[in-house]
Every structure is written in C-alpha cells, then in structure tokens.
Ligand binder design. Structure first.
Ligand SMILES: Nc1ncnc2c1ncn2[C@@H]1O[C@H](COP(=O)(O)OP(=O)(O)OP(=O)(O)O)[C@@H](O)[C@H]1O
Length: 548
C-alpha cells in the first residue's frame, strides 16, 4: 500500500464518515488518500476535541500537514466556530516562504470539493506585498498561511489586523524553530496583535523534532492542559529507519569540492533526484556554479535566500515536478518541503544543529518512499557525530574509494572554478567565515579566530583555486568580530570606494547566473531568513551574509 507509514492496519478515512466533514472526505478521496498515516490517525482519534490544543511530534514526511489542516478545517466548516465572512479563522505560521506556499496548496486541495472553496491566502516576504495585501483585504480569506515577518507587518495595520480578529485556530508548523531564539520575538509580537488566548482559540504545534526546551515555551500558544502526541519512541532517532545515513570524512576543508565531485560520481549511478545542502547561501551558489559546468549528468537546480522569490518559487515547482535533477540548496528548503522521490540527501559541512540535520535528511524517504543520506565533514567537524550519538550515522562503506577518487576530479573542479567570477568565490569565502565566527562552533572545532581565517584561506586557495585568500573589507571583518585577526587579505579601500554601493567593480558583480540581482555584501544583508533576527541557535543567522 502506498503512502507514508501506511500499512494494512492503518485506519481508513472512510471510517470517519459522519465525523469528518463529508466535503473534506471527498477531497481526500480525490487526492487518492484512502488511509490515515499514524500521525493523522492519532490526532483525529486522540484529541479530546478537534478544537483542543496540542503539541504533535512525528517523523518527517509522514503527513503532519493534513494532521493539522483536517481538524482545523472541519471545525471551521461546522459553522459553530466559523468567523464572520471575510475574516480569517485559521492562521498558520511557518518559518519559510516555500513551506507557506506548499501548505496553502494542500489547503486548497482539501477545500476543493466545497461548492465555493475556502479562500486560503499566503503572506510571505520577498513577494509583491501590495498586490498580495490588496487581494487579502478585498477578498474573503478564511485561512492565512504566513511567515512571521510579513505577518507582523500585516498585523501592524489596524484594518488588516481586524481581518485577523476572529481567529479560531493558530498553527505553528515547525514549532521548535518558531519557538527558538530567531523567531520567538516575532511570535510573541504576533500574539500581542491577535486576540488574546483567553478568547479561546485553539493552538496547534507540530514538528518532527521537539527538543526539551521547546516544552518550556510552548505555553505561549498552548493551554496548560494541552494534549501531547508523539509517534516517535523516546529512545528512537527522529529520522526514518528507511533512510540509511552515512558520513564521509575528508582530510581537510580544501578537499571539499573534489570530494563532493567524487562522491556524486560514485552515487549518481543509483540516484535520479538528489538534494545537496551547503552551509551558507553563498556557498550553495558557488557549489551550484561549479557543478553546473558539465561535471554531473543531471540537471542542476539552485535555491537559497540570495535568489529573488520568483526564482525560488520557480525552482521549487520545477524540482517538485522533475523526474531527475540535483538541487543545491540552503536551509530555505531544509524543513517541511515535500519534493517527491528524492533518493539522496547530501549535507556538505555542518548543519546548524542535530535537529536541522534530521529535517534535512527528511527531504528524502517521504510518503513511503526510500532514500539515503550522506554527510560530508572534515576530520575537525566529525565531533558532530560524537555530539549526536542518537543519530544512526555510519561510515560510508565506500569512503576509501570516494576519497581515492577525489584527486582525479580536481582538474574538472578547477576548470569549473576558473570560470566562476572572483566575486562569487569572495562571497562564499566571506560567508564561510561569517558562519563560523557567528557560531559557538569554533570551540568545538578547537580553533581560535586566527585558525578560522586559516581554515577559510585553505578552503579558498586549495578548494576554490584562488591565487590568494579573497580580499575582505575591513568593516565586514570588524562586524564579524574579527578585527586585527591575522591572515586576511584586505580589500583596497580605493577599489571599494570606486565600486557601486551595492556591489563591486568587476563585471557581473551582484549578478547570479541568469543575471539576477544579488544582495549587498554586508553581513546579514537580505539574508532571506524570514526576519530571523539575532540568528538561530548559537546566533548563526545573519552574520557573514546569508546563513540560509
Ligand atoms: N494519508 C495519506 N496517504 C498518502 N499520502 C499522504 C497522506 N498524507 C500525506 N501524504 C503525503 O505524504 C507526503 C508528506 O506529507 P507532509 O509534507 O505533510 O509531511 P510532514 O510530516 O509535514 O513532513 P515534514 O516534517 O518534512 O514537514 C506528502 O506528499 C503528502 O501528500
């Protein structure tokens, strides 16, 4: 039987006849969903009422979206809890724009069998605010799926806030990330601007990972007596047993590109659809730039915060529909995104934490499919496995072969590197330094600040083929907290003065492949993380120009 975690004992949706709104049941039928996934089964059967507050944990790709949409939509359709026409009844907050759009699509499918489908609107950053806002104000939205920054912006205007003054259900998807340092301030602000919890709205928090400290803050959206549901055993890793997970340890950071080329060559025989995660947006752009030069026989896709939203949405849709391809990605698609039939997830470098590792791995083996995951780390970074012993990551059985194949890839990698503009390498270099400088990782890597610069220099010279470490602006170095640290090549201030304010002096600066404008070099500029101030855990977001 097809479907995530569905077997012959799974409850049929038809058993919900008379309980779940018939039009939703019809939609499920049209969507081809006959059986409940475990998380859907438990939410629909175990919640005291479908308006009860809940914290729900279930593995990635197991159908959590429907598990919150179905009860919330059912209650809205029953009339008793429907807000006046034109007012939002269900508010769903997600960390990324792509995820918001994906949830809205699922919502549209679920209400497609109503004589007049409910209006589900999306409010996310990076899109034409004026037109989306005008549609929202003129329309009759029943559901709003939003990212925190744009939602705060909507709620700051009284007429817009009025449309959200009758909320019946508030869903925090990827709840752990919504309740950690980068987003919690926005969530608190949103809670001040919508009706008080005492008015009785339902709070629903969903995620594949729920670190213990989330339970300390979850009460800002949930009643004290909320129902806790987990389909994951406490002693079990929150990743799929269906995803064999491997590590490949490379001797030094300068080997990253060659080793990845060798790894891809090795794996590509058995894979049609691959996602490769990189540490920062600029590093992802560089990876995509290198590997689109004919080294791999798969169509190359690229997604990260430095692309404009139009390009991000296009890539998302294309990669969803693609039968084959390789997507170089930052964490803008690390959580929640449902790309069908991804056979392999590769992580190049450290994820921000164990939870992020789990979510990235979760982009494969979705909806009952199989998948594999590989993380490529340097010896210095291998502490990640020691710190996350609960994760079932084993040495890649062909590590020796992959490493032995790396030098042979060096020529093709360098040829590709030479075609890449210096500015792109400079950005990748700078973002790499910013990523580590702004994190608590240096201690774990047993590096001081000078050691970090040396590491980045090795990445640039050995890995990217730069004749010398790329020049850095003194101001940027200062903002990274690295003033006076030896090892930098300083940018010529005259050259900087001559350069346009938003970029550099060379042809093609601030242009991505395809000529799309990029954000300025300054740390955190246009990080694309939805108003994720102050960084994520360890304060990583924003510094060094584009964590995501
Ligand atoms: N009852 C069902 N039967 C078959 N397929 C289903 C069912 N419910 C959901 N799916 C499919 O399973 C896939 C994963 O669902 P979804 O994106 O909701 O997972 P998730 O648990 O939210 O994952 P993540 O933790 O990554 O956010 C989707 O393609 C969805 O359409």
């Amino acid at each position: 039987m097809e479907g995530p975690e569905i077997n012959d004992d799974s409850q049929l949706y038809s058993t919900m006849a008379g309980k779940l709104d018939a039009r939703l049941l019809k939609a499920l039928d049209v969507m081809g969903f006959t059986h409940m996934t475990p998380v859907q089964q438990r939410v629909l059967n175990e919640l005291p009422t479908w308006r009860s507050d809940c914290l729900v944990q279930a593995k990635t790709g197991t159908g959590k979206t429907l598990a919150f949409l179905l009860p919330a939509l059912h209650c809205l359709l029953q009339g008793e809890y429907a807000p006046p026409k034109g007012k939002v009844g269900i508010l769903i907050i997600t960390p990324t724009r792509e995820l918001a759009q994906q949830i809205a699509k699922a919502c549209d499918q679920l209400t497609s069998q109503l004589p007049t489908p409910l209006e589900c609107h999306v409010a996310v950053g990076g899109t034409a605010r004026a037109s989306a806002h005008s549609r929202f104000m003129k329309g009759a939205p029943s559901i709003l799926v939003a990212t925190p920054g744009r939602l705060c912006d909507y709620l700051s205007e009284t007429p817009t806030a009025k449309k959200l003054s009758n909320i019946q259900t508030l869903v925090l998807d990827e709840a752990d990330t919504m309740l950690e340092s980068g987003f919690i301030a926005d969530v608190k602000r949103i809670l001040q601007l919508i009706p008080q919890k005492s008015t009785g709205w339902q709070g629903m928090c969903f995620s594949a990972t729920v670190p213990p400290k989330v339970k300390d803050v979850v009460n800002i959206v949930l009643r004290r007596d909320y129902t806790s549901i987990s389909t994951i055993d406490q002693n079990e890793a929150p990743t799929h047993e269906r995803v064999p997970q491997y590590h490949v340890i490379i001797p030094s950071v300068g080997d990253t590109f060659n080793a990845l080329a060798s790894l891809l060559k090795h794996e590509i025989k058995n894979c049609k659809k691959i996602i490769v995660f990189g540490v920062t947006a600029h590093m992802v752009a560089l990876l995509a730039g290198v590997f689109c030069k004919g080294m791999i026989h798969l169509k190359v896709f690229e997604i990260h915060s430095r692309l404009n939203q139009g390009a991000r949405t296009r890539t998302t849709n294309q990669f969803k529909e693609a039968e084959a391809g390789i997507l170089f990605a930052s964490d803008v698609i690390g959580r929640g995104m449902d790309f069908p039939n991804v056979d392999l997830v590769i992580q190049v470098g450290l994820p921000s934490n164990g939870e992020q590792y789990v979510h990235r791995v979760g982009r494969t083996a979705r909806a009952g499919a199989d998948g594999r995951a590989i993380i490529l780390l340097t010896e210095g970074e291998s502490f990640f496995m020691r710190n996350n012993r609960h994760l079932p990551i084993k040495p890649h059985p062909d590590t020796a072969e992959i490493l032995a194949g790396a030098p042979a890839c060096s020529k093709a990698v360098m040829q590709a590197m030479y075609t890449i503009e210096e500015e792109s390498k400079q950005r990748a270099y700078s973002s790499f330094i910013g990523f580590f400088a702004g994190s608590g990782l240096l201690k774990q890597l047993r590096l001081d600040k000078a050691g970090l610069v040396q590491l980045a220099n090795e990445m640039a010279v050995k890995g990217m083929g730069c004749p010398e470490p790329p020049p850095m602006d003194k101001k940027v170095i200062g903002k990274m907290g690295l003033k006076g640290v030896p090892g930098f090549t300083y940018a010529d201030p005259n050259e900087l003065a001559r350069a346009p304010r938003n970029g550099g002096s060379s042809r093609g600066r601030n242009q991505s492949r395809g000529g799309k404008p990029r954000d300025a070099l300054s740390p955190g500029a246009g990080s694309g993380v939805e108003k994720r101030r102050g960084g994520g855990r360890g304060g990583r977001g924003g510094r060094g120009g584009g964590r995501r």
